[in-house]
Design a protein around this ligand. Structure first.
Ligand code: PLP
Length: 380
């Protein structure tokens, strides 16, 4: 591992973890190793330990060391997308195993479980994980994993990670947290007892809406993580060396981007809270958010995502989205530019998301400009 950062401060880790000047040239920024194959010595051995890029690539190994450091884990596996990381975790289970999932979570996770993994033999229960009694009651003797997403998508519900991890561990199950929304700046699930943290690095870690990627970070390099590693290298859904390199570059500014995303989200949330055409603002930083007390305990910052419910129904929500000029109407999140999205229409007819809900990914523009844009789009 090239983990040469000697600090536990996340700002320092973001700049230094997994990095060192290139030993061959002294280049301060690492080269991109595009070679798919590595030379074997006359003795038959591989002098640098690299054989073939699907199994291990210098840019990916460096990225994994960096991600493990950011989450306070011992190992990480990087994937070609967030969904590939999610699939690897579920595929590391066995047919007949049972999992518990939140009822409000990323719709791709829901669909993968329902459409791909249930036919393969995975059993699942969906409960409101904000209510620990429901989590406990859903357990079966075959329950192997409890999946948490907090804040959840798109309602920003807050689940008590420590509470769920304790319930999982009572019966030898694992607790996995999709930590995409808060990023390691907002929350470090492994410190709260979770066994694995998972990221769509496509979002805040990438931060510029130009990299697709995923990662799984482990508290222990145990047999379960070894299976995830095998699915990564044998299944082959690995990120390209260029994407690993670009992600390493993005991560350097993560702590400062997250501060500004959070600061701007606060400004926008406060504005929306007082607006007559807004019925509800879902942001865990607000004191009357039902999960606020837990969020304040387990999160270091509340992040840059929020949802609102506008007065009226789908038509009113769509027309607010139609009027924005600075926000971009697009799915996804975590980039420097602010996005607005009508979630129910992208989630499809099965969606339980309120028809009047708009999800906002607050970017790094000046907050006055964001507030002015929403003000003109909401009317009065
Ligand atoms: C985007 C997202 C994913 C999926 O990531 P992809 O890179 O699009 O495959 C998973 N979980 C959450 C919370 C997300 O926002």
């Amino acid at each position: 591992m090239h983990n040469n950062a000697r600090s536990s401060h996340i700002e320092t880790l973001a700049v230094h973890a997994g990095r060192q000047p290139d030993p061959a040239t002294g280049a301060v920024m690492p080269p991109i190793h595009l070679s798919t194959t590595f030379e074997r010595g006359a003795d038959g051995l591989y002098p640098a330990g690299y054989v073939y890029t699907r199994s291990e690539n210098p840019n990916r190994i460096a990225l994994e060391a960096c991600l493990a450091a950011l989450e306070g884990g011992v190992a990480a596996a990087a994937f070609a997308s967030g969904m590939a990381a999610i699939m690897a975790i579920f595929q590391a289970l066995r047919p007949g195993d049972h999992i518990i999932l939140a009822d409000d979570l990323y719709h791709g996770t829901k669909r993968a479980v329902h459409e791909l993994l249930a036919p393969w033999g995975l059993e699942y229960s969906m409960v409101d994980t904000t209510d620990l009694r429901q989590v406990r009651a859903a357990r079966r003797p075959t329950t192997r994993l409890i999946w948490v997403e907090t804040p959840s998508n798109p309602l920003l519900k807050i689940t008590d990670i420590e509470g769920v991890a304790a319930i999982a561990h009572e019966t030898g199950a694992r607790c996995v947290v999709d930590n995409t929304w808060p990023s390691p700046m907002g929350q470090r699930p492994l410190e709260l007892g979770a066994d694995l943290a998972m990221h769509a690095t496509t979002k805040y870690l990438g931060g510029h809406s130009d990299i697709l990627g995923g990662a799984v970070i482990a508290r222990e390099d145990d047999e379960f993580f070894q299976r995830i590693r095998a699915i990564q290298t044998l299944g082959g859904a690995v990120p390209s060396p260029f994407d690993c390199w670009l992600l390493m570059r993005s991560i350097r500014t993560l702590p400062y981007r997250m501060r500004a995303h959070t600061e701007n989200a606060w400004r926008v949330a406060e504005f929306l809270l007082g607006h007559p055409n807004v019925m509800a603002v879902h942001y865990p930083g607000l004191p009357d958010h039902p999960g606020h007390a837990i969020a304040a305990r387990q999160m270091r910052q509340f992040g840059g995502m929020l949802s609102i419910q506008v007065r009226g129904g789908a038509a009113e929500a769509m027309s607010v989205a139609a009027r924005v000029r600075l926000f971009t109407r697009a799915t996804s999140l975590g980039g420097v530019e602010s996005l607005i999205e009508h979630r129910a229409s992208i989630e499809g007819p099965e969606s339980k998301t309120p028809a009047n809900l708009l999800r906002l990914s607050i970017g790094l523009e000046h907050p006055d400009d964001l507030v002015a844009d929403l003000s003109q789009a909401l009317g009065d």
